[in-house]
Design a protein around this ligand. Sequence first.
Ligand SMILES: NC(=O)c1ccc[n+]([C@@H]2O[C@H](COP(=O)([O-])OP(=O)(O)OC[C@H]3O[C@@H](n4cnc5c(N)ncnc54)[C@H](OP(=O)(O)O)[C@@H]3O)[C@@H](O)[C@H]2O)c1
Ligand SMILES: *[C@@H]1O[C@H](CO)[C@@H](O)[C@H](O)[C@H]1NC(C)=O
Length: 318
Amino acid sequence: MSEFLMFAGVVIGVLMIFRNFILGARCKSKEKLHGKTVIVTGSNTGIGMATAVDLARRGARVILACRNQIRGEAAVDVVKRESGRKNVVFMQLDLASLKSVRAFAEIFLKTEKRLDILINNAGVYMQGTTEDGLGLMFGVNHIGHFLLTNLLLDRMKACAPSRIVTVSAYLHNFGNLDFDCLHTHKEFGVGESGMDVFWIYSHSKLCNVLFTHELAKRLQGTNVTCYSLNPGFISTELARNTNKMFRRLLLKPIAALFFKDVQSGAQTTLHCALQEGIESLSGRYFSNCAVQKVKAKAKDDALARKLWEVSETLSGLS
Ligand SMILES: NC(=O)c1ccc[n+]([C@@H]2O[C@H](COP(=O)([O-])OP(=O)(O)OC[C@H]3O[C@@H](n4cnc5c(N)ncnc54)[C@H](OP(=O)(O)O)[C@@H]3O)[C@@H](O)[C@H]2O)c1
Ligand SMILES: *[C@@H]1O[C@H](CO)[C@@H](O)[C@H](O)[C@H]1NC(C)=O
């Protein structure tokens, strides 16, 4: 009998380690959010939607900030159904348009009283240009969120303690900020090839980490804290615009074997948004529900400051 118990214990232990390895760490916070309001950008699908479901379940009023009204309203139904809550609304936000970001902020500030958690989750992995002539990945992944965050900051300060969570990626490690290229092309890289898209996406994700680094400094003493994170490799629609052959032959089999589901993908976002006691880590980068060291370029004070100043100009904030 005792051998059996020991055997069972070992099996359960191994399964738990295996599960943790396969699915990654889980957000342990039991935090409830009744009376709190959160915004999740790009929440009509993928990691954003899984994040919205969890936050709604905890009792928050959840604003799904999405660019497409039909997909956004369909997502409201899904999030309501999966969370069993009714306090979920769609508000139109196209991060590829500075006008849309400003309109969103204006309507939000007029119609909503609080903002406790802002989740900058939306992202694109494709070449293109925004309404304002910026590179699409730089414009959506960074500049749109930069402007959105700044326009909502006063409300977040008024609702402090509050948090700003920006979804970056492991690929930020491959990013580099070439400001000469930015001046000429309003994007940190050029080109249309699969590799070009990979690099330019990586640059935009480095922007997410540096933005959070600088923002934390500017928020010192306000009780508004901010975090960037890597959600892990997750099966979502993110690669929907890549080469069909690449997707079918390479990405799909790899994703089926190694990528995690969207619930797993939401865990580090949730950790940054909810975990008690991480306020002293404001400005840092998280992965697998824990703070991580980053390369020098991802915590370079001068670089982060320069990016902030350029972003102010390009977003029309200054
Ligand atoms: N999946 C991964 O392995 C992985 C790894 C590292 C980081 N990430 C990051 O995780 C975040 C979520 O991505 P995901 O994997 O969940 O991808 P996804 O399934 O493609 O979801 C991306 C979301 O962003 C929205 N979006 C795109 N362009 C937008 C715009 N101009 N304005 C407003 N919303 C816009 C999309 O809306 P539509 O449906 O209307 O296009 C969608 O809701 C992104 O920041 C991504 O970079 C993902
Ligand atoms: C921040 O929070 C601390 C602890 O709750 C509080 O003492 C302090 O007054 C707050 N500061 C601001 C600026 O809200």
